[in-house]
Design a protein around this ligand. Structure first.
Ligand code: AMP
Ligand code: GLY
Length: 451
């Protein structure tokens, strides 16, 4: 098969590298791609949000499948456009991608189908929103832009002044354009966060190995929220008991709910969860692979990713047995100094060839370009330095050792990736009881599952 992967970050590098392992794949293309991806896939300079341009590229290259990885083209309907031209696709249609594209949609879906999430209210004018937070008088409170906002549309307001300022800047000053003309104000939840990416064809849902992101820019979870500064997999807080509860109360009900709404979800559905004292709750849904979660999840995948994409498209996911490796995978993100606010680009990156690098280290490129035989920085998040090992500590040690071999001016990375996870103890693999519960659920609800 000839496959075009849409996107150009670390996540797409991980997808391309995994697809490259498949015997089913003859040729890989990526648009726009990046410096690292260009070693595995022929890259074309078409923007990920340029739907007409991407359809024209897919036609020109005569690809068999188009896998759309980032949120914006999915929410804009790139999969629909590709399907209309007869391409096999990976990724949800526009109707299903709304689960990430609109927080109001996802909150209403959860309320309607009793899927556990933070209590919330929706506002379109700042006076009522301010009156509401004043009346609640409970801080921190969480203020979210309805639409996509490059991962920056969530404010955790510590007091009334911050909440009022966030409401004004979102609704009145249109900080995120139309995305923030409607906002959601929700209850502040506490507990460890878990990311669970899942494969689904709308009938079967197969959770991937769990992961943990580190969203804040600085050590000790200080500083601004970023796209993610490091990840690890599996997440030790995601015990068998929690997994079982999530499957029964969140994953299957969500797939079911989307079907009932006439918005069948096919692709990768990402569950951003918080394990609260009252049990797991949904913080957010994403309609795509997470970044940098994918960089620790796909190296753990034993099965053929292309075969999975094909099975999802053909609604035959139930027939696959998806296998995962044992051990741990960790990814430390190296970012440009100043990210996520202001940073310089065009810095030469040293230490990227395999010579002298830690054996088995995978350096995923997020924001790089290859010019005149050199790799240069070209974005906020530059590299995701990824290693696997039998224990979490060993994987972290390897990742940090690999990071120490790489250099560029003003490079910034967190030194404490994995410290919180190291304190939690991993539990045993899935138990039989779990499987039995699943089968009962399936019988009652007509939604199928195969682990
Ligand atoms: P989101 O983009 O919705 O994932 O939010 C970004 C981050 O804000 C999450 O990873 C959480 O750390 C935090 N967050 C979002 N919603 C809540 C909430 N209701 N309570 C506590 N923290 C939250
Ligand atoms: N790492 C979080 C996300 O992909 O949304």
């Amino acid at each position: 098969m000839k496959i075009l992967v849409v996107g150009g970050g670390g996540r797409e590098h991980a997808i391309v590298m995994k697809l490259a392992e498949s015997p089913l794949v003859d040729k890989l293309y990526c648009a726009p791609g990046n410096g690292g991806i260009s070693k595995y896939a022929e890259c074309y300079d078409v923007s990920a949000t340029d739907i007409d341009g991407m359809v024209a590229l897919a036609k020109k290259l005569k690809v068999d499948m188009v896998a759309v990885a980032p949120d914006d083209p999915l929410v804009l309907g790139m999969v629909d456009a590709m399907r209309a031209e007869g391409f096999m696709t990976f990724g949800p249609t526009k109707a299903a991608a709304i689960i990430e594209g609109s927080k109001v949609f996802s909150k209403e879906l959860m309320k309607k189908y009793k899927i556990p999430t933070a209590a919330y209210e929706v506002f379109t004018d700042s006076d009522s929103a301010i009156a509401y937070v004043k009346k609640q008088n409970k801080y921190p409170t969480v203020i979210k832009a309805d639409g996509l906002a490059l991962g920056k549309g969530v404010i955790l307001a510590e007091n009334e002044d911050d909440a009022v300022a966030a409401i004004h800047s979102m609704i009145d000053d249109k900080q995120f354009g139309e995305s923030s003309s409607t906002i959601v104000i929700e209850e502040y939840l506490t507990g460890p966060e878990v990311s669970v990416l899942s494969f689904t064809d709308g009938k079967t849902v197969v959770p991937m190995i769990s992961s943990m992101d580190h969203k804040r820019a600085l050590d000790g979870d200080k500083g601004l929220n970023t796209g993610g500064m490091g990840t690890l997999s599996p997440n030790p807080y995601y015990t068998d008991e929690v997994a079982k509860e999530c499957m029964n109360k969140i994953f299957l009900p969500t797939i079911d709910a989307m079907n009932k709404e006439g918005r069948t979800f096919e692709g990768c559905l990402y569950f951003g969860l918080m394990i609260t004292p009252d049990g797991p709750k949904v913080i957010e849904y994403n309609c795509r692979f997470g970044d940098p979660e994918t960089q620790v999840v796909l190296p753990m995948l034993e099965s053929d990713l292309c075969e999975i994409f094909k099975a999802i498209y053909e609604h035959k996911l139930v027939d696959l047995k998806i296998r995962w490796k044992s051990g741990f995978c960790t990814c430390v993100v190296m970012a440009s100094g100043g990210y996520p606010v202001k940073y310089e680009k065009g810095k030469q990156i040293g230490g990227l060839d395999d010579k002298g690098q830690v054996e088995g280290a995978i350096v995923y490129h997020a924001g790089t370009k290859f010019e005149d035989g050199k790799f240069l920085t070209s974005g906020g998040r530059v590299l995701g330095v990824t290693c696997t090992a039998y224990t979490l500590q060993a994987a972290l040690d390897k990742s940090y050792d690999a990071v120490s071999k790489i250099s560029f001016d003003k490079a910034h990375y967190r030194k404490d990736i994995g410290q919180r996870a190291l304190k939690a103890t991993p539990e045993d693999p899935l138990e039989l009881e779990y499987k039995e519960d699943m089968e009962n659920y399936i019988e009652e609800n007509g939604v199928y599952l195969r682990q």
